[in-house]
Design a protein. Structure first.
Length: 398
């Protein structure tokens, strides 16, 4: 059935808005609903209906503006709090101009007036500078340098130059190219790497000092340089040869440290032996002098007897050091007497430590022992001669 179908109770149409009795009310008024809500909140609106319910008091009272202003101030104050981390420092800008520097912790600033930029001043940052560079001997080499730095002055870091990090990178590249350009390729690739690193660090610090970047260079590390690919194999051989050279030098130094103490010990031993021999000769000479002084009065008293006694003592010393004995025989030439028993004893003493060597060495005493009977016969044949010789010496002494 349609909403406005006639004949429904005193000719009243079925109106969804409940428009009964011919009153045309229409949908609810939105402005009226808002005013009612504000009135309940105490911010204005309908305080009540006068003669006409459609009339209402308009606008906001002064009390509503005060509450809004207080809310805005509270929000502005709360928004002004900020925190600076432990590793950072805050640079405060007031209307875009540097104002002061704040430490880590909780701080407050007037919002919309001051702005804060935080800078990390504790952690070490790094970057790499690399490229193909020309050396002093007109060779091209690929060099990489690792730079470590940290920020020490946040104000200079932000405002002294346009971009402090980029300025540092450009200064590093310039310093590295200057040092490599005054160094030969062999030094850059091998033994001169530490010198290149130290010279680059010193030159970089001197270059960035006038710009006041607020940056401190902690250290630079020269990474292994590479020659061009066309000559890489040749340079690898050269580097290997230099490493072998250093290894041989270290081995030679180790051998020298091992041999030198032994040589010094031998030198000390020879010196001590020479000193002992010197003292021995000196003492022996002094003893001979003392003996001669004691013998001189006896020689003066009996020169013939003393001379004969000295002669005999000298012969005894000579014959005691040899196994051969000369025997003087009357009416014939001198004959030689060999004491085989003494000779065999000496041979046994020399052969005994070497018995385990060749068997020919052990056969020598056997061959000598076969001649023992002949030696005994000759000894028996010469007993009378020996007696006569000793009697002759005794007659001469008497």
């Amino acid at each position: 059935m349609a909403w406005n179908q006639p004949g429904n109770g005193n000719n009243n149409d079925r109106d969804p808005w409940k428009n009964q009795g011919g009153r045309d009310q229409g949908p609810p008024d939105l402005d009226e609903a808002i005013r009612n809500l504000l009135g309940k909140l105490g911010l204005g609106g309908n305080k009540g209906k006068g003669g006409d319910g459609n009339k209402s008091s308009g606008g906001f009272p002064s009390r509503g503006f005060g509450v809004i202003a207080i809310l805005v101030v509270v929000i502005w104050f709360i928004a002004g709090f900020y925190t600076v981390k432990e590793a950072e420092r805050g640079v405060v800008l007031r209307f875009g101009q540097y104002h002061n520097l704040v430490e880590s912790g909780l701080h407050w600033r007037p919002f919309f007036v001051d702005t804060v930029e935080t800078v990390d001043v504790s952690n070490v940052q790094q970057f790499q500078s690399e490229g193909f560079m020309l050396t002093q001997d007109e060779n091209v080499v690929h060099v990489e340098l690792d730079v470590q730095y940290r920020i020490v002055n946040p104000r200079d870091y932000l405002f002294a130059v346009e971009n402090a990090d980029r300025s540092l990178a450009q200064a590093t590249d310039s310093a590295l190219r200057y040092v490599v350009g005054h160094t030969t390729m062999d030094e850059v690739l091998t033994v001169g790497r530490e010198s290149v690193r130290q010279n680059t660090l010193e030159l970089l610090e001197n270059v960035i000092a006038p710009y006041q970047l607020g940056i401190q260079v902690v250290d630079v590390n020269l990474l292994p340089a590479r020659p061009p690919e066309a000559v890489k194999d040749a340079f690898d051989d050269a580097i290997s040869a230099q490493e072998d050279e250093q290894r041989f030098i270290r081995e030679a130094e180790a051998y020298a440290r091992q041999v030198e103490p032994l040589a010094r010990g031998q030198v000390r031993r020879v010196l001590q032996e020479a000193q002992a021999y010197r003292e021995q000769v000196v003492l022996k000479a002094q003893g001979e002098v003392a003996r001669f002084k004691e013998l001189l009065p006896q020689y003066i008293a009996a020169p013939v007897v003393t001379r004969e006694r000295l002669y005999i003592e000298t012969l005894e010393k000579l014959y005691s050091n040899t196994a051969k004995i000369m025997v003087d025989v009357d009416g014939s030439n001198n004959m030689m007497y060999l004491p085989l028993d003494k000779i065999l004893e000496k041979q046994r003493g020399s052969v005994e430590p070497a018995r385990s060597e060749a068997s020919s060495t052990n056969s020598r005493p056997t061959q000598s022992s076969n001649n023992i009977p002949n030696g005994n016969s000759s000894r028996s044949n010469t007993n009378d001669t020996s007696v006569r010789t000793s009697d002759r010496f005794n007659d001469g002494r008497g």
